[in-house]
Write a protein that binds this ligand. Structure first.
Ligand SMILES: Cc1cc2nc3c(=O)[nH]c(=O)nc-3n(C[C@H](O)[C@H](O)[C@H](O)COP(=O)(O)OP(=O)(O)OC[C@H]3O[C@@H](n4cnc5c(N)ncnc54)[C@H](O)[C@@H]3O)c2cc1C
Length: 458
């Protein structure tokens, strides 16, 4: 008899796992708390003068040099990929910084930028030493022996003579959009070369994005099992009864499955387990999300009010920048994603599409106010330890785990891969051709992070 797998969470990790299992002949049931699949890869429908237009909202782009498997998925699904220039504009009380080498702020920090480059070179050399078998550029390389896993980037930067002012004025306003927090002093130094290759502080870069909006990815992944996707189903209970699991949502609707993949946040996972073991309580209960540590960006406003930008630079920001951060006189940081600036699916819609976190001014033309889901994994040593220990939970009693808390950072390719690895641990083979060596190598590295060697197969 075909095994039936229940997947809790309809983000890219859960839908990725279900898609892979379904292709391998398993029956799947996907349960999603919200009204649509996608998780953080939300599609928002804007009201425009002519009707409406869809756009990505939070997950907007990806570094193509690292997202080997996610791009294979999009090609397999026939979803168009395009590129997007990525640039940041930071407004401070003393002037602005916009990665063009011209501003007063950038000239003021010229010496600090040189020190930053020396720091990046130092961390790169040390990382390369601990990753002597590195075969390709990857998000998935990880050495347990590298001391930089334990040393905060902030401390190391200070040791290299980098000032607190540089950290607060340049590093935090630019990377608050990557980490979705203003509290970054716990970010381990080991990830600096990766950060700098994805979002170099001094110059604009380019990333991949969908030709349309992310909804089409989720629609196509589930098009051969649409009747097995249950949205508006918040799962509150997972219990073993007579060798099978009963999954129950908050309205009391129950479903029976043979195995369960948790693809939601660690807190929801722990709450749903009826009699968690000590290890489940310790690992799931101690995982930290950014809203646990710093509530600054815990809600955001979706709007079209361009007065959030200074009048002098307004037109320029609206047409040429993806992210605008503003530090006010008190040091508080407001951050706005300029969704409509360059994305091909949105820039011709004729409406400014803006998403502001920690709004400090009154905002007009609001389309929606939203609380950020409690699912954005905080980058730090504690979560790295929990991630590496979670292999001891995988597969125990037919329960599997994927999504951001099983990966070293929060990123779409990492979550997708965590879903594929959970599916593979149940029995679904790697779903893509093995001709793409970098993609296969990433899958193997993710397997190493998530599974004990005895649970891995090729
Ligand atoms: C503001 C923001 C911007 C980001 N930008 C990018 C970007 O540009 N590029 C990039 O690569 N990554 C980005 N990320 C990272 C992004 O979170 C990941 O890439 C990825 O989307 C996470 O997928 P996931 O499936 O692991 O988790 P989620 O997307 O969080 O999915 C988990 C799902 O589980 C559901 N769920 C929770 N509890 C339950 C329950 N009890 N029952 C049923 N369902 C439940 C949730 O509703 C959610 O849909 C961004 C994240 C945020 C927050």
């Amino acid at each position: 008899m075909t095994e039936k797998i229940g997947v809790i969470g309809g983000g890219i990790a859960g839908v990725g796992a279900a898609w892979s299992l379904h292709r391998a002949g398993y029956e799947v049931e996907v349960f999603e708390k919200g009204p649509a699949l996608g998780g953080n890869a939300k599609t928002f429908r804007w009201t425009t003068e002519d009707g409406h237009a869809d756009s990505p909202l939070l997950v907007v782009a990806w570094p193509q040099m690292y997202y080997h498997n996610y791009e294979l998925l999009l090609r397999e699904l026939g979803v168009g990929i395009t590129t997007l220039p990525i640039s940041y504009f930071v407004q401070t009380p003393d002037g602005h910084f916009c990665q063009d080498g011209q501003s007063v702020v950038e000239r003021r920090f010229a010496r600090q930028f040189r020190r930053w480059k020396r720091l990046v070179a130092f961390v790169t050399r040390l990382n390369d030493f601990f990753l002597s078998k590195k075969t390709h550029e990857s998000l998935y390389h990880f050495s347990y022996f590298n001391p930089l896993n334990l040393i905060p980037l902030y401390w190391l930067a200070r040791l290299f003579g980098i000032s607190k002012a540089f950290w607060d004025t340049i590093f935090v306003p630019i990377h608050c959009a990557s980490f979705i927090t203003t509290s970054m002093k716990g970010v381990p130094a080991v990830i600096l070369p990766l950060l700098e290759s994805i979002v170099p502080l001094e110059e604009p870069t380019e990333m991949g994005t969908w030709v349309g909006a992310p909804r089409q990815v989720f629609d196509r992944m589930t098009e051969s099992f649409p009747d097995h996707v249950y949205t508006d189903h918040e799962i509150t209970k997972v219990e073993k009864k007579g060798g099978r699991y009963t999954i129950t949502d908050k309205h009391g609707r129950s479903y029976e499955v043979d195995k369960v993949i948790f693809a939601c946040d660690a807190t929801s996972t722990l709450n749903a387990l009826q009699s968690p073991t000590w290890l489940q309580r310790t690992l799931l209960g101690n995982t930290r999300y950014v809203d646990d540590i710093d509530p600054t960006f815990a809600s955001f406003v979706i709007h079209s009010d361009t007065t959030v930008f200074p009048e002098r630079h307004r037109e320029r920001i609206l047409s040429g920048f993806n992210t605008y951060s503003e530090i006010d006189e008190t040091g508080a940081l407001e951050c706005t994603f300029v969704i409509s600036s360059q994305n091909p699916s949105t820039k011709d819609a004729g409406v400014p599409m803006l998403v502001t976190f920690n709004s400090r001014k009154a905002i007009d033309k609001v389309q929606k106010r939203v609380d950020l889901p409690h699912s954005v994994h905080a980058v730090g040593i504690r979560n790295l330890i929990i991630m590496s220990m979670s292999r001891y939970l995988q597969g125990k009693n037919g329960l599997y785990y994927c999504s951001t808390f099983t990966t070293p950072e929060g990123a779409h390719d990492l979550s997708f891969m965590s879903g594929l690895v959970a599916a593979q641990a149940i029995g679904a083979p790697y779903p893509f051709s093995r001709d793409n060596h970098d993609a296969v190598a990433d899958f193997r590295l993710m397997q190493k992070m998530m599974l004990k060697s005895s649970d891995r197969s090729d």
